[in-house]
Design a protein around this ligand. Sequence first.
Ligand SMILES: Cc1cc2nc3c(=O)[nH]c(=O)nc-3n(C[C@H](O)[C@H](O)[C@H](O)COP(=O)(O)OP(=O)(O)OC[C@H]3O[C@@H](n4cnc5c(N)ncnc54)[C@H](O)[C@@H]3O)c2cc1C
Length: 460
Amino acid sequence: MDGFVRVPVREQDPKVRATNFGEVCLGYNKEEAENEAQRCLNCKNPKCVQGCPVSIDIPAFIQQVKEGNVEGAYQTISKSSALPAVCGRVCPQESQCEGQCVRGIKGDPVSIGKLERYVADTAREMGIKPQGATEKKGKKVAVIGSGPSGLTCAGDLAKMGYDVTIFEALHEAGGVLVYGIPEFRLPKDAVVKKEIENVKSLGVKLETDVVIGKSVTIDDLMKKEGFDAVFIGSGAGLPRFMNIPGEQAMGVFSANEFLTRSNLMKAFDENSRTPIMRPKKCVVVGGGNVAMDAARTALRLGAEVHVVYRRGEEELPARKEEVGHAKEEGIIFDLLTNPVEIHADENGWVTGITCIRMELGEPDESGRRSPVEVPGSEFDIECDAVIMSLGTSPNPLISSTTEGLDVNRRKCIVASEENGQTSKTGVFAGGDAVTGAATVILAMGAGKAAAKGIDEYLSK
Ligand SMILES: Cc1cc2nc3c(=O)[nH]c(=O)nc-3n(C[C@H](O)[C@H](O)[C@H](O)COP(=O)(O)OP(=O)(O)OC[C@H]3O[C@@H](n4cnc5c(N)ncnc54)[C@H](O)[C@@H]3O)c2cc1C
């Protein structure tokens, strides 16, 4: 090996995996991981660490992998991250740690994500757990939501010695990790549940089926139930629609609903009691990770799938790896295309969608060139299902039931980036509930910052 090319990772064959829900990427074995670790130059000023929102000591854990010390590597990572097996699979490493790796200047960056995954998976198989607190602080913190921000905040606070309870609205913990991201990218029983068990092993209590704002309010938690501080990590689960004619037809879904049925309720399994439509031909509208997940789920349920996106290939917001996997599996991309109307039969079921061609105009406020319609270019795609994947926003339930909690015009909770402090004393927030839909690692970074902020607040 010349050091410029990374050790390739084994994957399920695209033709085979397009028909099953097994994990696509098979990860490194010991020999592959140790070979890849040899490519790390152990830089004096490691840029990769600066690119990691939770500041994992990347060169240190890779050095431990080189030495065959998986337990040491796991403890190094878990000082900074509660969910390494998750992050090793779904983080956009290409724009974070790996995007900064000096190896990337003349060749492939070190495969940091796959090495993190190797360490986390091997440590789990060996039964290694993260190290907990030695002394208790005698103070109680409530964490709302068990997604990556809540789990990270809870884990860090427990390690500091706080008595932490997570309140989760759904019957299972994990947030988007269990209801959104599909099994073929992130196995639930083998990976997500095990990492949640690790957080619980630090002493964190978990109460599911509790909707804060309905069953109990934040003010109740603080005034009646004796919590000294609260962290809100309730995510951004409210789907957006296009408001085009025909969107009310049967066979039109939000990506969230479609994916929740399949992932959380296991509707892809024929024995599940939750029904799911198995479309013959399906149009997925949008170009983000969520759209790729919905498209690849529909494909595995037997559909021919078209992804309709109003900008071009370069602008697709989904991770390049996911777009590549989707293409290999046979997803058809209709780029520079936008839906204008959905059609239904006399019983109200979707029969097709009219789209219009787009071209790229001047850059908009996000810096991306904004798409403009090409007049007279309308065309029809026949289909029996349309899945809308246009982004999500935070559910206003918590903000509308909490006195003195400020939100912005997008209904995101206003909180300090530095320590998660909101406008209400003792109440902190982070993750998608604050930023709007973002990424797992940014949510984890926010959970971490808030844990520090809560510790400072409670230590005054
Ligand atoms: C389909 C899909 C694919 C994605 N793919 C990727 C990817 O590949 N890489 C990546 O980095 N990011 C990805 N993301 C984004 C990422 O998952 C989110 O940014 C991240 O999960 C946000 O974490 P969070 O903790 O803020 O919120 P969430 O994960 O949304 O968790 C919030 C939790 O709070 C609970 N909750 C909400 N309201 C209440 C309430 N009132 N009371 C109690 N509990 C409540 C919810 O049930 C949920 O469990 C994806 C998102 C989706 C939807």
